[in-house]
Design a protein around this ligand. Sequence first.
Ligand SMILES: C[S@@+](CC[C@H](N)C(=O)[O-])C[C@H]1O[C@@H](n2cnc3c(N)ncnc32)[C@H](O)[C@@H]1O
Length: 507
Amino acid sequence: MNSWNDGYFTDATYTYGYYRELSPVYMRWCLLNKGIAAPDINEDSCHCELGFGQGVSANIHAAATPGKFFGTDFNPAHAAQAQKLAEASGADANFFEDSFEEFANRDDLPQFDSIGFQGVWSWVSAENRRHMLEVARRHLKSGGMVYNSYNCLPGWAPTAPIRELLTLYDKNFHGNGDINERVQAALKFVGEMLDAEPAYVKLAPTFQSTFEQLKKQNPHYIAHEYLNLDWDLMYFSDVAQLSQEAKLDFATTAMPIEGEIFHLPQKAKDFLSKINDALVREQIQDYFINRNFRKDLYVRGLRRIPNAEAQEKILSTRYVLMTPAAEVPLTFNTSLGILRLSEDAYRPLINHLAADNFRPKNLLKFRSKVNATLEVIRVLILTGHVMPCQSEAAAELVTESCDRLNAHLCERAKFEEAISFLASPLIGGGVNVNRFKQLFLAQYKGGVKAADKLADTVQKLLSRQGQRILFNGKALDTPEKTTEHLRTLAERFLTIDLPILKALMIV
Ligand SMILES: C[S@@+](CC[C@H](N)C(=O)[O-])C[C@H]1O[C@@H](n2cnc3c(N)ncnc32)[C@H](O)[C@@H]1O
């Protein structure tokens, strides 16, 4: 335990996740999508992230968004890691090791266009939540955006005791030592307790399956999620009310559309539509879709724009398809079941975006079917197959910083599989690119364009490090099998991934 950590878990560093919802370009699009005015993003903009963890999102956004980027995380290992990445990109990034309280009180900060806190709110004390809001109250521009994600009620109600059990065990029987051992010991204890069939589990049928899913997670994630002193579940309406104190109006979720809404029976839709107060309706909706995690966008001074103007902005935005057209599934899973999409409605738009080697395109040619088109593009963005792009001028401004960050990340991939994302100047955000693809990409940029050679170099690198590839759960145990497998991956990289990476301006 340290004295600076305010009960936050600091015995191990956090995972290397990337979250598109923290991207100012994406936040802006989500607001326009709901007819809400949003700040322009250009070289005069300033953005901020609180509690940036390993700084993957913060650095990708600092590199891929014009303007200045700020952030803080009081864990010195996190701040050092974020600063190292910023040095590599050369972006105008200013990452501090301040606590939220110290950061709120700084007098050398600009006014921000956006502030993001991803996965922080539920895991810190009420006092620290107040400090986070104080950052927004003091340092957010009028009209600026705030993204906040958190565990919420009622969705967590039946399974919240899992967390109590893990911390109860950890506090009383373990509490220090190797983090993997601590997490495994606490999980083992809860597993043994469930085998003894406590009556509570009969009342909470999702308890067992949630626990089974939890066991598969990274121990560092489990430690940060469950072993903190603070872990507060809140209702949406309480968060919205607190946020008002910092002059923040709830705008929308950072979801283009709620997939679950498609499954709601008509009587549920009728009931919701009768609730006139938008905040009450939003809260009641959480009961209907049983939401346990919220991704919310707030605005300091919400202004609606005319519907026609919002539609025009959304249709004239450029979009990029990030999955090969033939691989975009016409089904997707929501927490309430599988949603089937219509071939006739979806294929024309998917094919339009795939044409001309995935070159980003606006949707103006679909203007005559605007409502259907908006629904399709929202679902494709929700499912992660399409992303809205920033302006050509903005993308040009950030190309070099993205190139430098990406080159650094690809170089690191030679030694570890830590950060599986690269920065795209086109979308102003991150794209999932795994270690092998990063290794192929670095070679491709260096002039190697044959699958055999790409595969051979990676095979030699893995062999020097004594690493083996797991394929279908089994380690590939000879250099020949490894090279063969890598050649298949390299061929796919050259034919399928590369055109998309080029469209995203990563190559
Ligand atoms: C659950 S992690 C989330 C990290 C990152 N946002 C992500 O989602 O990958 C919460 C982060 O907040 C930081 N943090 C917690 N309390 C803090 C405080 N009072 N001041 C500054 N940082 C804090 C922790 O060090 C940690 O990196």
